[in-house]
Write a protein that binds this ligand. Structure first.
Ligand code: PBG
Length: 326
């Protein structure tokens, strides 16, 4: 059958037809909201490059988490801004670290909200790199020794899932083993598997105060031109015991999300990162784009590409829109 018998516009005629044949659905169930935990008390610092986002101290994070739960969002991802940084990021594996304290407080006050912790060093090291520096570069195997301590410390604080974002080789296996021998065999790992060395992390580095003080992250994060390599990263992380894998950033890497989902058929998360958020927000502030429409289009596109879960700074806004839509 072909035109004029066939007319694809028939099923686009009105809203209910369109709803009926819609191929992709988006739900509040799909979102994780990233949050920045700041040391101290009474802190609610607006992040200039990420309008609507704040660095918050523990009691304000708990308040925020109540609102997140009321909106129906299932999970938050925590990043820490510690009071002191040093060469090895020791605050990140202290049981009194900012994230550890936030996890304990959230799990006490908002117990059903899932708390995921980012496992990395860049926010905690004086040099801003994601691991231990030796001879001017991040030393993989030395970093692993500390990374497992950090993951275990988050687990002991009550985290529901840990998410290594450092891109060291072998980290998923190392963390899995450490968790298992310490009684956390049921704690899942979400691996930032295909994490690119992207310029879209710019606003986050201001938010988390984690910019590298020399060089860049190209010796550990992935080259932006590669696609097969992302599949190798995902395959290795799955072999090492990752329960979920992540592609990051999301929008410039929709092809990677699609390939990972098609190839492996495992739960895939996509991180709609700070630069993707801020670019849209800035254009909307200038009146160049319609915030609500563009935000939903972007989130649908990430879902359509194959993501099961989306980490996004738009989570609260999108949850409100989805609750009021139809
Ligand atoms: C590293 C980490 C980064 C982000 C999440 N985890 C920054 C980096 O690798 O430099 C970026 C997230 C975003 O841009 O929203 N711990």
């Amino acid at each position: 059958m072909e035109f004029p018998a066939l007319r694809l516009r028939r099923l686009r005629k009105n809203k209910n037809f369109r709803r009926m044949v819609r191929e992709t659905s988006l739900s509040v169930d799909d979102f994780i909201l990233p949050l920045f935990v700041h040391y101290g008390e009474g802190v609610e610092n607006p992040i200039p490059s990420m309008p609507g986002n704040y660095q918050m101290s523990v009691e304000n994070i708990v308040k925020e988490c109540r609102e997140v739960e009321e909106l129906g969002i299932p999970a938050v991802m925590l990043f820490g801004i510690p009071s002191e940084k040093d060469e090895i990021g020791s605050q990140s594996f202290s049981d009194e670290g900012v994230v550890q304290r936030a996890v304990r407080a959230i799990k006490k006050e908002v117990p059903n909200l899932l708390v995921i912790t980012d496992v990395c060093f860049c926010e905690y090291t004086s040099h801003g790199h994601c691991g231990v520096i030796k001879d001017g570069d991040v030393d993989n195997d030395e970093t692993l020794k500390l990374l497992v301590r950090q993951a275990l410390s988050f687990a002991r604080a009550g985290a529901d899932m840990v998410a290594p974002s450092d891109m060291m080789d072998g980290r998923v296996r190392a963390i899995r083993e450490e968790l298992d021998i310490n009684g956390f065999k049921n704690l899942p790992i979400m691996a930032y598997s295909a994490k690119y060395s992207s310029a879209f992390y710019g606003p986050f580095r201001e938010a988390a105060e984690s910019a590298p003080q020399f060089g860049d992250r190209k010796s550990y994060q992935m080259d932006i031109c590669n696609s097969d390599e992302a599949l190798r990263e995902v395959e290795l992380d799955l072999m090492e015991g990752a329960d979920m894998v992540m592609v990051k950033p999301a929008l410039p890497y929709l092809d990677i999300i699609y390939r990972v989902k098609t190839e492996f058929r495992v739960p895939v998360a996509a991180y709609n990162v700070s630069g993707e958020f801020s670019a849209i927000v800035a254009a909307c502030e200038r009146g160049w784009l319609d915030r609500e429409k563009v935000m939903m289009e972007v989130l649908y596109s990430i879902k359509r590409a194959g993501a099961d879960v989306i980490l996004t700074y738009f989570a609260k806004d999108a949850a409100r829109i989805l609750a009021g839509s139809r």
